[in-house]
Design a protein around this ligand. Structure first.
Ligand code: CMC
Length: 383
């Protein structure tokens, strides 16, 4: 049966559904959100504007932008129950695991889904976006033994997040770079966590329950967890002059170099280019180039070495440079993947709301490879 239907390991090349939220054009290294290139978005837009755009499918007018901006501020506080869930987690728990639990707890007082209530669902998504940022900051501070910093309503989403993390309002430059980094991570068509969110929401499960599952999917090192692994790799390499040999050894032993490779891109991920540009700006401003230099050599060596092989389609992805940028913003490595979620929650929600307009439960076929005529043998005779 599966043979007749077609089988593709990892669903590679399978068209699972239609979307107008975003498109990865892998051959040419282009990413668009509803038609607009990520480069133009990075240059001209803001997190607030893109939140409206992705959720609603149209660019906001000034009053609409004001409204979504005000809502993102108004909804920042977490319910006490969710604070209690975060505060009950062991400090040794990975922040993505705590975040997933916090999102599950946020679903406790969410009403059952009304698929067609677009206004209600968008409002819910904006609230969730605001609260997810607050949850990530609280989880980070608690792990570092610091009291939570209450959100402020006079700051943008990016500024307020960094303020809640650090207790200090960031410079305009850093806030803008962080804002751009968030926009770059907002959506990426049918990546694993978005697909997970869509699968869960296709059962008409609640938005927040679907997002909680998506956080779990994002946490893995083959997906969002790669940004953390890239910096662990840079730290393990230790110094720029050791990077070339390290890469040669990794390739010789067939180890995966984190931050490289992609199911769809066959060339440079356009987000990696924008992130590198901002990182170089921050390196120049801070004078701290140790991590950057190590990564630069890993990057160049990988491209040189892979370019000589049949794997010349493996290029840097979004996770290669993002961590080095966050490190210069004084963010701890373990918080990088939760920050990915701070942005991607907008994409997850946009996909769910879009899908609910014409919903059908996801239920693929399986290629069954087990026996078809087995029986239960007496326990004493089993080997
Ligand atoms: N370093 C070295 N070799 C690689 C890498 C890499 N980063 N990525 C793929 N390859 C090799 C892989 O070993 C395989 O070789 P072989 O055919 O000899 O077994 C071949 O290239 C095809 O790789 P694949 O794993 O079958 O490709 P995939 O499409 O199933 O997986 C991927 C894509 C992103 C999971 C994979 O490239 C990978 O594990 N990369 C490292 C983790 C990473 O950076 N993830 C972030 C992805 S982008 C952002 C996000 O989604 O969060």
């Amino acid at each position: 049966m599966a043979e007749e239907l077609g089988f593709s390991k990892g669903l590679a090349g399978v068209v699972a559904d239609a979307t107008s939220v975003s498109q990865v054009q892998g051959e040419v290294g282009r990413l668009i959100y509803r038609g607009i290139s990520i480069e133009e978005i990075a240059e001209k837009s803001t997190f607030e504007e893109m939140t409206y755009f992705l959720l609603r499918g149209k660019m906001p007018t000034q009053p609409e932008l004001n409204k979504v901006t005000a809502e993102l501020k108004e909804f920042r506080a977490l319910p006490k129950t969710v604070e209690a869930v975060i505060d009950a987690a062991p400090k040794t728990a990975h922040p993505m695991m705590v975040l997933q639990a916090a999102m599950a707890a946020l679903a406790w007082d969410e009403a059952p889904v009304n698929l067609k209530d677009v206004d209600g669902n968008v409002r819910n998504a904006v609230r969730l976006t605001a609260q997810l940022g607050t949850a990530v900051a609280r989880i980070s501070r608690r792990r570092r033994g610091l009291a939570p910093v209450e959100p402020r309503t006079d700051l943008s989403h990016a500024e307020n997040f960094l303020y809640m993390l650090d207790g200090k309002v960031p410079s305009k430059d850093v806030a803008r770079m962080f804002d751009v980094a968030l926009m770059l991570h907002m959506d990426h068509d049918f990546n694993a966590s978005t697909f997970s969110a869509r699968v869960i929401a296709s059962t008409e499960a609640r938005l927040t329950a679907s997002v909680s599952g998506a956080v779990g999917a994002l946490s893995g090192p083959l997906h969002g967890g790669a940004n953390e692994k890239v910096l662990e790799m840079a730290d393990k390499i230790g110094a720029p002059e050791k990077a070339k040999d390290w890469v040669a050894n990794a390739l010789a032993t067939k180890a995966k170099v984190m931050g490289f490779g992609h199911r769809v891109y066959r060339t440079m991920d356009p987000r990696a280019k924008v992130l590198r540009g901002m990182l170089e700006q921050l390196v120049a401003q801070t004078g701290d180039k140790s991590t950057y230099e190590t990564l630069r050599i890993v990057h160049d060596t990988m491209i040189d070495e892979l370019g000589k092989t049949s794997k010349d389609y493996i290029w840097p992805n979004v996770d290669f440079w993002s961590g080095a940028l966050y490190r210069l913003m004084k963010i701890e490595t373990i918080d990088f993947t939760p920050i990915f979620a701070v942005a991607r929650v907008v994409g997850w929600s946009s996909h769910i709301i879009e899908m609910w307009q014409d919903n059908r439960i996801y239920r693929p076929a399986a290629k069954y490879v087990g026996p078809t005529e087995a029986t239960i043998s007496p326990i004493a005779s089993r080997g």
